[in-house]
Design a protein around this ligand. Structure first.
Ligand code: ANZ
Ligand code: ZN
Length: 810
């Protein structure tokens, strides 16, 4: 056999796949559909970097493995090209976003071809093409019709650098998700999707979908459900008789007897409504104005000293004991949560306690358990100083108080969510225009569906001006239109929608790209939804993944889909770093995959990326490692060539057969659990065994190479195809079934090692039956799940039961 020439081999097989259309399943005819989806990429204009490839090749190896299991795998690709990210880049390099996008798309698809993934290239989707965004606009209209899209004024996040509003989910610790600038709060009228209507369902379904616990916890926290009660406090003016009441939300209605003051947020209506009665209004207003400017992060910073101002001239009446209590304005109470006002219980809430200490306010103990003059006691306990609640435990006291509030018409049981509605309008150019028209007579009117798409006009000056309107506002021909209801002159909405609206439904489009007259086809999707395996980054825990679930539920409710959840299984990959550091331009450690593919071939790059460590945890790219993997691929090539030349059909040697079947089992088991790196390690051991056999002059049959080609095929598909064809096969290796192992041959060679932490089973890993105590410990401690459970804690003791279990005591 000749020297290994990846260039020729890889080109040849990529052409072959294209010619035979073997990666383009007939979506209506196939019997065992498997939708293998990789998170929608938004390519940067520099092209794909190695971090993107990292995710893509894992997803592909899994998809190829499923194909070998006999599934009809559909693996689509496309690009999410609309959005601030691309637009900011175009502005930076002073080119038109349209030209940049064209160039990016070309380069992006070229790069993806090179890596050899089994994409169905006949079904690509690009969000900025009118035949796609027409349906994004259609989606908006469905939301509007269902009363789930509305225009509302509220304090929204404003990015001064991107010059647009952002959704809450796009603000990460107070900073813009796209450009990292600090965001501000602005009172503006915007379009929202009412995701809060779905809060309970979004939460409940988490109990059964097959996602990692980490991502589920992220969504649960973001939705942030709290159960408690609302209570009404009457407001009393010292000068006048005014009849008003303020509602508070509390998770601890059982502590009402301990509420010794009230705190409202700086934005609260009380300050405006009682302007005349407030005797220190200027001071209050000054504080409120300054506080309203601060970010949520600043306001909720627990390490910062509490500040506030008493609102003099008015008092609140505690509904249970009718005591008049002072009212404060303080920034630690947020406008967006609950009712923007709280009953402060300093004895049992830390923030309130700090505040009470600072302003010398009474602290009353109502739950027994600590010394509330020294610190707040925040746990459950037994009520005291609480009249009809005295002697009751928290679990009983809460419902009793709720009952009392309801009976006296002073409040009721209530549930609160942290989740806010999704702000979807953006004052930018590069997105789908929101299909709404404002008529001076008829108000807001939706664009009739037959008039979609509302085309994004081509304009030269697409820069945002930051005055609160998007660049489209400057385009007269676009803005001026006719009211669909009365025919009078009207104006188009000039905001575009958030790129997350583009990406919240793309997986419905992939299987339906040929349908021109509809966004997606219900019957087609009955077969293809929900997605079987979704792989992507966990940074989208509350962004894309939450939006997609919401939109799928709405489409389901509208009768367009048969399933109400989009992703049966979501698997989060870790991040690739390079030389120990995050990959970034400023660190000078950008890895351009094109170069490495040219030098070592796609197969070696793929193998290396998947060998770097547990994909859940990410990996660290090192050039030496890459070169080492290239040597391994050459070793595979060399031994295969030698064996094929010799023309011995069957391996008879028992030791080698054992190795072969062990490898089949290990690679298959590991791949089905997405343990790519250990699967590759098993292949390497097998290759070593082949070399040992050769050195010992044992006869190696071609069956040994056949198995090697099959085992390596999900990782190195070109190489596998080439070996397969040299073995005399006429069809693609991917038409073959994954090999089966002979259980008798490997009996008791491997066991399932149960790993416990403090006696609880936390992982099961396959290990050699004769594994030593030392090895078992090391293997357990390096398991990704175990690492996560240990949270960096050092074990106190490790108990080992030979052939069975490891128990780590911490
Ligand atoms: C009285 C009380 C007594 C509270 C007690 C807690 C402990 P979660 O669990 O996050 O939902 N709160 C209500 N609205 C607020 C707002 N807009 N800004 C800041 N804090 C607010 O928190 C609910 C608790 O957070 C509520 O219950 C309220 O304080 C406070 F021993 O009311 B609690
Ligand atoms: Zn009109």
């Amino acid at each position: 056999m000749e020297r290994y020439n990846h260039k020729i081999i890889e080109e040849e097989w990529q052409k072959y796949w294209e010619k035979t259309k073997q990666n383009q399943p007939d979506l209506d005819k196939v019997k065992k559909p498997f939708y293998n989806l990789m998170m929608f990429p938004y390519p940067s204009a520099e092209g794909l970097h190695i971090g993107n490839m990292y995710a893509f090749v894992h997803s592909d190896a899994y998809g190829r493995f499923m194909k070998l299991q006999g599934f009809d795998v559909f693996e689509p690709i496309g690009l999410d090209g609309f959005g601030i990210h691309s637009e900011n880049y175009a502005i930076k390099i002073k080119e038109h976003i349209k030209d940049v996008s064209k160039r990016t798309e070309k380069h992006f698809y070229e790069q993806l071809h090179m890596i050899g993934n089994q994409y169905d290239w006949s079904r690509t989707v690009e969000t900025y093409k009118p035949n796609y965004y027409k349906w994004t606009q259609w989606l908006f209209l469905q939301m509007y019709k269902k009363g789930l899209a509305y225009r509302g004024k509220s304090a929204v996040n404003w990015c001064p650098s991107c010059k647009t509003v952002l959704a809450d989910e796009q603000v990460i610790s107070g900073n813009c998700e796209r450009c990292s600038s600090q965001t501000e709060k602005r009172q503006m009228e915007q379009w929202f999707f009412k995701i809060t209507d779905y809060a309970e369902r979004l939460l409940n379904n988490l109990s059964w979908i097959d996602w990692s616990e980490e991502v589920k916890i992220g969504q649960r926290n973001w939705i942030g459900k709290s159960e408690g009660a609302t209570a009404k406090f009457k407001i009393k003016s010292e000068k006048l008789k005014v009849d008003d009441e303020i509602e508070v939300f509390t998770t601890r209605p059982d502590t009402l007897f301990g509420a010794t003051f009230m705190v409202v947020c700086p934005e609260h209506r009380l300050i405006r409504d009682f302007k005349k009665e407030i005797t220190n209004f200027d001071e209050v207003e000054q504080y409120a104005k300054a506080a309203a400017q601060k970010s949520v992060v600043e306001r909720t910073d627990e390490t910062k000293e509490k500040t506030g101002v008493e609102i003099k001239g008015i008092k609140a009446i505690n509904p249970v004991n009718k005591k008049a209590i002072p009212i404060f304005v303080a920034d630690y109470v947020l406008a967006e949560y609950g009712s923007g006002a709280i009953m402060a219980v300093p004895g049992h809430d830390e923030r309130d306690w700090e505040f009470a200490k600072k302003y010398d306010l009474p602290i009353v103990e109502v739950i027994r358990g600590g010394d509330v003059q020294k610190a707040a006691y925040c746990d459950d306990g037994v009520n005291i100083n609480s009249d009809f609640l005295d002697g009751l435990e928290t679990k009983k006291a809460i419902p009793k108080m709720v009952e009392w509030l309801e009976k006296n018409n002073l409040g009721c049981g209530a549930v609160n969510y942290k989740l806010r509605d999704w702000c979807v309008s953006r004052q930018r150019y590069w997105g789908p225009p929101i299909p709404m028209i404002e008529c001076p007579k008829c108000g807001w009117q939706p664009v009739p569906e037959k008039d979609l798409p509302v085309l994004l006009p081509e304009i030269d000056d697409f820069l945002p001006d930051g005055l609160g309107k998007g660049p489209l506002n400057k385009v007269k021909e676009f803005v001026e239109t006719i009211c669909p209801k009365c025919g009078g002159s009207a104006k188009r909405e000039t905001d575009v929608s958030d790129p997350f609206v583009d990406s919240c439904w793309y997986y419905l489009r992939y299987p339906c790209t040929e349908f021109d007259g509809q966004s997606f086809d219900k019957k087609r999707l009955e077969k293809w939804m929900p997605v079987n395996m979704y792989i992507g980054g966990k940074e989208h825990t509350v962004l894309h993944l939450l939006y997609s679930r919401f939109v799928t539920m709405v489409m389901y409710d509208l009768g367009y889909l048969k399933e109400g959840e989009p992703f049966k299984k979501f698997f989060a990959h870790g991040l690739l770093i390079s030389g120990g550091a995050k990959i970034s331009k400023s660190k000078g450690n950008i890895i351009n995959p094109d170069e490495y593919i040219a030098k070592f071939g796609a197969d070696s790059v793929r193998l290396y990326l998947m060998f770097l460590g547990d994909v859940r945890l990410g990996g660290d790219w090192r050039d030496e490692g890459m070169a080492g993997m290239f040597r391994f691929v050459n070793r595979v090539w060399h031994i295969a060539g030698k064996v094929i030349e010799r023309e011995i059909k069957e391996t008879k040697e028992q030791g080698l057969l054992k190795n072969m079947h062990k490898a089949i089992k290990r690679v298959g088991d590991d791949l089905s659990r997405l343990k790519f790196n250990t699967a590759i390690a098993a292949i390497m051991e097998y290759v070593n065994a082949l070399y040992d056999a050769q050195a010992a002059k044992k006869e190696i049959g071609q069956d040994a190479i056949k198995i090697l080609a099959q085992l390596i095929s999900p990782f190195a598909p070109h190489l596998a195809e080439e070996l397969w064809s040299q073995l005399g096969h006429k069809e693609s290796i991917f038409k073959e079934k994954w090999p089966e192992y002979d259980a008798k041959l490997i009996k008791e060679e491997t066991i399932e090692l149960v790993v416990q932490i403090n006696g609880k089973v936390r992982a099961r890993i396959s290990a050699p039956a004769d594994i030593s105590e030392e090895e078992a410990k090391n293997l357990s401690m390096s398991d990704a799940d175990i690492k996560k459970w240990l949270e960096g804690k050092e074990p106190k003791k490790v108990i080992f039961v030979k052939g069975r279990l490891v128990n780590i005591v911490v």
